[in-house]
Design a protein around this ligand. Sequence first.
Ligand SMILES: [Zn+2]
Length: 75
Amino acid sequence: MKQLAVTCPNCKKKFNYYSSEFRPFCSEKCRLIDLGQWLTESYTVPVEKLTEEEIQTLEELVHEKNAEEEKKHHH
Ligand SMILES: [Zn+2]
């Protein structure tokens, strides 16, 4: 397999570009988090194209991320 070390735009983890199905992200989670940010920052993403399950996952990830941000701000 080809090797190309790239940094995930979400979690900044280094991974092999060719080994990820979710590039430019390292994992589905990072891809969804990024999509979640899109959804929260601007509603230009056609939400109706997502399945209910995907939307639920996104909401959970956004909540998780917001909780993390909250923690950071309190320190
Ligand atoms: Zn990542």
